[in-house]
Ligand binder design. Structure first.
Ligand code: LMR
Length: 328
């Protein structure tokens, strides 16, 4: 009698749990390190909202900004462990997964974001989305942030001005080589630590986009910004193969189209913020903007360009040529 009632209990529990489990939405944790009022922050929120609209009850996106869930150095490991499903690290943060994406860090390779966009939409750029696939990740698309500027505790007009200064960099050997070419000291540090490092003067400078400099208040602790546009900071939206391939095909297609729309929106935000956040920094009068003359800029190019040669073998000359050609 006892055995029967246990069986009956188990049966009713199974009947109860069955439909309840089936109704539980698939959760996509989207982890990123920047503020919400940035291209990436806005893209992630738009993606969450589109999914909520179209896949209600089936899929739910939870966005964790500001390194709340994982910082730069942990998120991809966490993704492979299934602790987070999506992220969009900067292209400079994939070196443990592929050397090919180092391409994007080469100084003065792309003249502007339009050139980056043309390259990314071409065959070579699209193929690079698969460069992380051997490591269990899938590149779902690119997202723009913008061109990088140099901020520092002193005015930087010519390369010589950077000599001996400590710069925070993202975890990229190309960026390390770029600052070493200046005779400066590069330090690989997570994004979440940059403000404090600058504020306490543990470092003298850093490179970033207008929207990151503005939204993280770097301009409040850096008296000078040099408008160098010397490199690009863009992102790859990634997920794990295990998660992505485990989604039902119809759901996967809907999630992908919501993501594509969110990325298009984020790219628009990137374009606007490169202008408006720059203007807000100027209007704050907290720091001095240094614009380079063509002759000064030529000096930075001359000192930094030899970095290309150092990484040509790892990246591939064909790829570098294809990227450079996108400047038209
Ligand atoms: C940085 O670390 O400076 C950037 O990659 C942050 C970001 O995600 O834009």
């Amino acid at each position: 009698k006892m055995a029967m009632s246990v069986a009956a209990l188990a049966l009713s529990a199974a009947l109860f749990a069955g439909p309840a489990l089936a109704q539980k939405p698939i959760v996509i944790k989207f982890s990123h390190v920047v503020a919400e009022n940035t291209p990436k922050g806005q893209m992630a929120n738009k993606f969450r909202d589109l999914v909520a609209e179209r896949l209600k009850g089936k899929v739910e996106v939870e966005v964790y900004p500001n390194s709340q869930l994982f910082g730069d150095n942990k998120v991809l490991e966490a993704m492979l462990l299934g602790d987070v499903q999506m992220a969009a690290p900067s292209l400079s943060k994939f070196s443990r997964y592929t050397k090919k994406l180092q391409l994007y860090d080469l100084p003065f390779l792309f003249e502007n974001i339009d050139a980056v966009d043309r390259f990314q939409h071409g065959p070579a750029g699209q193929k690079l989305l698969q460069s992380v696939s051997k490591k269990g990740l899938i590149g779902l698309g690119y997202l723009h942030n913008g061109m990088k500027q140099l901020t520092a505790s002193k005015p930087l007009r010519v390369p010589e001005d950077a000599r001996g200064l400590k710069f925070r960099i993202m975890s990229s050997d190309v960026l390390a080589a770029q600052f070493k070419a200046l005779g400066a000291i590069p330090l690989k540090k997570p994004f979440s630590e940059v403000f404090t490092l600058l504020q306490t003067k543990a470092i003298d400078g850093q490179e970033n986009t207008w929207s990151n400099i503005y939204s993280k208040k770097f301009y409040e602790v850096q008296p000078y910004i040099t408008e160098s546009n010397h490199g690009v900071l863009d992102y790859m939206v990634v997920t794990s193969q295990e998660f992505w391939n485990g989604l039902p095909a119809d759901i996967r297609a809907e999630v992908k189209s919501a993501l594509d729309e969110a990325i298009a929106f984020g790219n628009q935000v990137a374009k606007e913020k490169a202008k408006s956040d720059k203007q807000k920094i100027i209007d704050s009068k907290r720091c001095t903007l240094i614009e380079l003359t063509p002759a000064e800029r030529a000096q930075w190019v001359e000192v930094m360009r030899p970095v290309w040669k150092k990484f040509e073998r790892q990246i591939g000359k064909d790829l570098i040529d294809a990227a450079y050609a996108s400047n038209q």
